[in-house]
Design a protein around this ligand. Structure first.
Ligand code: KG4
Ligand code: ZN
Length: 338
């Protein structure tokens, strides 16, 4: 089975073809084309939805064409239907519906957040085993921070999420505050390499709350206060601020996830979403799983599969194969877990 995935929820335009491996437990990527309007948004310090949608229109057909280049035929089409920016989503959804109609192929709608989790099921890459259920998944991206319990494919229970800013959003807003290039996540990670993570003791919001919710807006306020009080700003202080912010975010994400993993006695932990590309976060998860003596296999996609891509969307459709008539498929910017 070969599935063409289409992802256009935000500023990335991506098309990918994945095929199941002989074991049927993972998929392999035959092609994965990703283009992004990020450079345009760097100039404005954040995503302008109208600009993102216009760029999607420009790229969608060339990207799909390129992804199909070396593949003779596909069996089905998977498309991100939400959550995301409505203008961007519509480009992918309407293109996918048109192709499904013309090519007479089944079409499968995919939730972008669930798609992120499935980057962990792309095989023959770095993981030498597959995730066992029940599994705990942390999705941490520019728009979302969610902890979900996965009892099986398609059986997902939401445990908690952010009450205000998402993890990636906190990185992006604080990055802007520090004068670092957009997006803030990779910029803060880079600046943090030369900084001392203990230089500033920023709050770890909700780290000890007995639910699985997150909150990052207080952290942003604390950084702003520190930043304003500073007499002198140089590369060293920026590096210290970046390292301390990263440390605070990593502390909260790891601690809450491991608490949930313990409570629900899961057999695997899956990290995903753009922030999962952060090396400090990846390292800390591995370290603390050992320190907490949890002995739970930890999965995280290769870095290029953490940020938005269509391979994860096609993979999610493979494991949740529910063809839907094209007339019933609509973009839903508010889609969540249900
Ligand atoms: O999953 P994604 O590509 O798009 C959404 O679905 O939102 O995530 C983008 C987010 C941005 O907030 C970006 O700053 C963050 O992921 N991000 C990172 C890193 N790479 C991307 N955050 C921290 N460290 C990184 N290396
Ligand atoms: Zn995403």
């Amino acid at each position: 089975m070969k599935i063409l995935g289409i992802e256009t929820s935000c500023d990335e335009t991506s098309a990918s073809i994945v095929e199941n491996t002989t074991s049927y437990e993972t998929v392999k990527i035959l092609s994965n084309v990703v283009t992004s309007s990020l450079a345009l948004h760097s100039k404005t310090g954040g995503i302008v939805p109208e600009v993102a949608a216009r760029e999607q229109v420009k790229y969608i057909i060339p990207v799909i064409d390129k992804a199909l280049h070396l593949v003779e035929s596909i069996n089905a089409i998977a498309v991100t239907v939400g959550p995301g920016l409505i203008g961007s989503l519509l480009v992918g959804v309407e293109t996918a519906k048109t192709l499904a109609y013309v090519w007479k192929k089944p079409i499968i709608p995919v939730n972008h957040l669930i798609g992120h989790i499935y980057a962990n099921f792309i095989g023959e890459i770095s993981n030498d085993s597959i995730p066992n259920f029940p599994s705990l998944a942390l999705i941490v991206s520019g728009g979302h921070t969610d902890l979900v319990l996965m009892k099986n494919h398609g059986k997902i229970k939401w445990l908690g999420g952010t009450r205000d800013d998402a993890g990636g959003e906190a990185f992006d807003k604080i990055g802007r505050l520090l004068g670092l290039p957009y997006p803030g996540g990779p910029s803060i990670e880079k600046a943090a390499k030369n900084g001392n993570p203990k230089a500033f003791n920023f709050p770890r919001p909700m780290i000890d709350s007995d639910d699985f919710d997150f909150s990052f807006s207080g952290l942003k306020t604390a950084v702003l206060r520190e930043f304003k009080a500073m007499k002198q700003l140089n590369n060293e202080t920026i590096a210290d601020l970046a390292a301390s912010v990263q440390e605070a975010i990593v502390d909260v994400l790891v601690s809450k996830t491991l608490n949930a993993a313990q409570k629900y006695k899961v057999k695997s932990i899956l990290l995903s979403g753009g922030v999962a590309a952060n090396q400090a976060l990846r390292n800390r998860f591995k370290l603390e799983i050992g320190n907490w003596k949890l002995e739970i296999p930890f999965f995280v996609p290769e870095k290029w599969l953490c940020t938005d891509n269509a391979a994860m969307i096609a993979t999610a459709a493979f494991f949740n194969y529910k063809p839907t008539h094209w007339s019933k498929i609509t973009a839903n910017p508010e889609l969540y877990f249900n």
